[in-house]
Design a protein around this ligand. Structure first.
Ligand SMILES: Nc1ncnc2c1ncn2[C@@H]1O[C@H](COP(=O)(O)OP(=O)(O)OP(=O)(O)O)[C@@H](O)[C@H]1O
Ligand SMILES: [Mg+2]
Length: 396
């Protein structure tokens, strides 16, 4: 079958090597969301309102997020929480009702549909759950197609590059087969090769392993890991915990809102709705080195989460008797016990301790509304302990 040529858009042809890292884009080594580098993708106050027969439905409620070059970010959330809608804002499959998205130097809201598809062809590789290859074209032809569309490479380069990409995803022996003649996992690997055809700096994938058995899913994940190592920025929407484990960063979306990442990282086991309530009801505090957390018993809050930095535990004579590290959650009973034993909690030595504090009232509100959070608090309070690294620590 001849390779179809789509030459509707004339763009300057530019040869890029498969191995060559993107200009200005370096792999992420920190996995941190408080990165000092310039974000590659900035989403600001994104709303998406759908008009339905039953009235308006707000699927995204003020999304703010930054994604950095070379990050592998997974976006998780229950069905209907807004994951696909969020990705569609970036791919332009759907447009925000309000808000701004900047990717590199491009302001997506300013692009016409034609400009968007041209930009998308060069900058985004898109992978879906249902593989979306054209069934009447061979795997090789499917990979060449987006290169024809964007004309980033000369025609002979396109075929050589498509072969190289299919080899890379382990499909060297299947290039001339139709998608229907290979396995689902192989089609998904081919879809990843196709997403890489124009060497885009960003790969977005919506449930890329959703339709695969666990072994094939692992293969696809390893492929994504390799892309990240080569400096690509990867955003993956998923229900699959294995995907989230591979990612350098996981965002939780619940009812169209992104959950504060500090909360979801510290308390990954509570329900997404509880995370959201906790984030919305807690108050941020900082304590500098040596500064007391609270001086009177009446000030003791319902819950303290150490988001960043350490707290020191000091005896009444001022000597240090212990340290509470980043990520710890302190129950009200633990805090009371510490004070009644004549100890004080102060900002630790490294840097100002950043805390999220929940008042007793707000703690009760969430406890009354969330079973998963209530179970967690009851266990902590019963033991009078702190929670750290997903474990209750019995003695501090
Ligand atoms: N075109 C549309 N018109 C009306 N409502 C929509 C439309 N697209 C999505 N929604 C609604 O927006 C919400 C978010 O949908 P979305 O597809 O983003 O969820 P999701 O998190 O990707 O779910 P899943 O895990 O099932 O794929 C859902 O309640 C959905 O019904
Ligand atoms: Mg979806």
């Amino acid at each position: 079958m001849p390779i179809p040529r789509l030459s509707t858009i004339r763009l300057p042809g530019k040869k890029k090597s498969l191995e060559k890292p993107e200009k200005n884009i370096k792999p992420d080594s920190s996995a941190s969301n408080s990165d000092f580098r310039q974000p590659l993708i900035e989403m600001r106050d994104i709303y998406k309102v759908y008009k339905t027969n039953a009235g308006e439905f707000t699927a995204l409620k003020g999304i703010n997020a930054d994604f950095y070059p070379g990050q592998f970010v997974s976006i998780i959330g229950k069905s209907g929480s807004g994951k696909s809608t969020l990705l569609n804002m970036i791919t332009g499959i759907d447009r925000p009702s309000a808000g701004k998205i900047q990717i590199g130097d491009t302001y997506l809201q300013n692009l016409t549909e034609n400009q968007f598809s041209e930009w998308r062809g060069k900058n985004l590789g898109i992978v879906f759950q249902f593989f979306q290859l054209l069934p009447m074209l061979s795997l090789l032809e499917n990979i060449i197609l987006p290169m024809d569309f964007c004309q980033m490479f000369t025609p002979p380069e396109r075929e050589a590059r498509a072969r190289e990409l299919l080899e890379m995803v382990g499909l060297g022996d299947y290039m001339d087969k139709l998608p229907t003649a290979v396995s689902g996992g192989q089609v998904q690997c081919a879809a990843i090769a196709r997403a890489l055809a124009n060497d885009p700096p960003i790969i977005v994938a919506d449930e890329p392993t959703g339709n695969l058995d666990s072994k094939t899913a692992e293969m696809v994940l390893n492929l994504i890991d390799e892309l990240v190592m080569k400096g690509k920025t990867v955003l993956v929407v998923t229900h699959d915990e294995a995907v989230a484990r591979h990612a350098s960063r996981t965002l939780v979306i619940c009812d169209g809102e992104l959950v504060d990442e500090d909360i979801s990282k510290t308390l990954p086991h509570i329900s997404h709705r509880s995370m959201l309530m906790l984030a919305n009801q807690s108050v941020d505090f900082t304590r500098n080195h040596g500064e007391e957390l609270f001086s009177r018993e009446s000030e003791i809050p319902g819950l303290v989460i150490v988001i960043d930095g350490d707290l020191d535990i000091r005896n009444s004579d001022g000597r240090k008797s212990g340290r509470i590290k980043t990520g710890s959650v302190l129950s009200n009973r633990y805090l009371r016990n510490t004070i009644s034993n004549g100890k004080v909690l102060v900002g630790g030595s490294r840097k100002p301790a950043r805390l999220k504090v929940l008042s007793n009232n707000n703690l009760q509100i969430i406890v009354n509304q969330s079973r998963s959070f209530r179970a967690f608090i009851e266990e902590m309070e019963a033991n009078g302990t702190i929670f750290k690294d997903n474990e209750l620590e019995s003695s501090i």
